[in-house]
Design a protein around this ligand. Sequence first.
Ligand code: ARG
Length: 607
Amino acid sequence: MNLLTHLQRLFHGAVEGIVADPARYAAMVKPAQDARFGDYQANCAMSLAKQLRQKPRDVAERLAASLDLSGMLEKPEVAGPGFINLRLRTDWLAAQLQRMAAADRLAIEPVQPPRTYVIDYSSPNVAKPMHVGHLRSTIIGDALARLLRFLGHKVIADNHLGDWGTQFGMLLYGYKHHRDEEALRSDPVREMVRLYLLVRREIDPAEKVEEEPGNAKDYSEADLTRSREALAAVRSETAKLHAGDEENLALWRQFMPWCYAEIEAIYRRLDVHFDHTFGESFYQPMLVGLVDDLLARGIARPSEGAIAVFVEGEETPTLVRYRNGAYTYTTTDLATIRYRMEQWHPDASLYVVGTPQEMHFRRLFGIARRWGYDTIELEHIKFGSVLERLPNGKTEMFRTRAGRVVELGALLDEAVVRAAQQYEQTRADRLERGEEVPQLSQQEEQQIAEVVGLGAVKYADLCQNRTSDYVFDWDKMLAMDGNTATYMQYAYVRNRGIFRRGNVDPAALRSDPPRPILDTPHERALAVQLLRFHEALDAAVADYKPNLITAYLWDLSKAYSGFFDNCPVLKAPTPELRQSRLLLCDLTARVIQRGLDLLGIRTVERM
Ligand code: ARG
């Protein structure tokens, strides 16, 4: 049960007869800032009083008296100018926890009615190695897909690969001029990456000078000429491919699986899955008809040889066909919208793509609405950049360009190596302190390093407010204390350790859970926090913000520490209290595990 929505519903009922817009006032119920004043607080009496021209305190008193407490709330208290403080009844909390313990999905019922979401995420431009910049879309998109599915929605995960762009011109050119037959036979995937990087370096000077003529001074005349020739050749290979040239098409069909294999290995490792991987190429046959349709409906019109859509308030039009006849990123995206609507009839379509494409999506959505897709929720789930701290203290983007490619595969390898080293170190420290350390096989240790290393990278990304940039920092993300995956994973393991040490089977606690005893403030605070899980998940969906889940987990772990430091579990004074506290521990472990799972992060049982 989402506690907050439930309380808001009670307030809705209380103000319904008094005002015309009860929802507005119901929304003014919020979690309390300070637990001393209660668990939640309603601030609606003040605005209500203004509208009714009455004294706020009187309105608050009357509201509090008329509120249906539904066995859930203590008698509300009115404070200050008219705040209504709400305190959950402890016996009600205990009954809810008991129910949560016995339920499969922690008593989170699937939503009614479910919605259908298309999530467009990861969507890299294939043919170049994936780099750290692709991480965010992949991880955030995967977390949203997991979360929405868990809540009961229907999710269609579509990886909108960039499989038709200039990068294939680069590969075609590289293949024709620089291929290494031997390497191609033995490891075509690596050979593709090598060719891409080689051509990237070759055309880089010409592109830099096109962007900014002043850059010419960085290169010799001869180098620049060679680079320009290569760039022109790359463009002509791309144009030939798009025009349906037999040879280039055949090569493209040959390259695609190689390019995709490189990416797929990363998805497998990250445990990220898609229902579809229709790339941009899939939509190419639809573009001619699409532009005709836009013209026929008067949405697009010819403009200086191109075909453009003019939108009021936008200074420049959006092109759907260039003068040279080529179609644009927007055209393909419009075809994609139509296809998805016809195939899946989604209620919402989410595009998990970096902030730099904000204008593209704003314009795209505007055109789509004019084109008739005006009831679907189209949403750009934008995110900031991953930065790197330089030795001089300044920060800079992780780069894709020549010279400084941070390949994602290598980055994930490093995460695992670092996690393994840290694990060895912690183990040695624990042994030195005379603590018990489990005997693990090499395979188990490797598994731990994978889970901890990849978890650290994902969590570090997801715990940011997604619209901000963040600095990639190994030490911070692998820290054992603080808001990190490593901390959560250890908290989970320590929690499981209690059950091993006490020889308690958690399954028994779940099949026949005791009614928990919540007599100390620590036990009660933990209980409230556990019950707020559903509220956190709904909040994360409302803004499409996975960091609201990590923030919740962090608060939960603080409530758990407070409980654990003050309430002996295995050595509890009575058997009833021991059972009750074990139940709280088990629920905490389950919520942590489920919360991490929704972020795509795994746990291990011991380490
Ligand atoms: N391939 C694009 C890029 O790497 C992202 C595609 C996002 N999805 C979309 N439907 N436009 O920038």
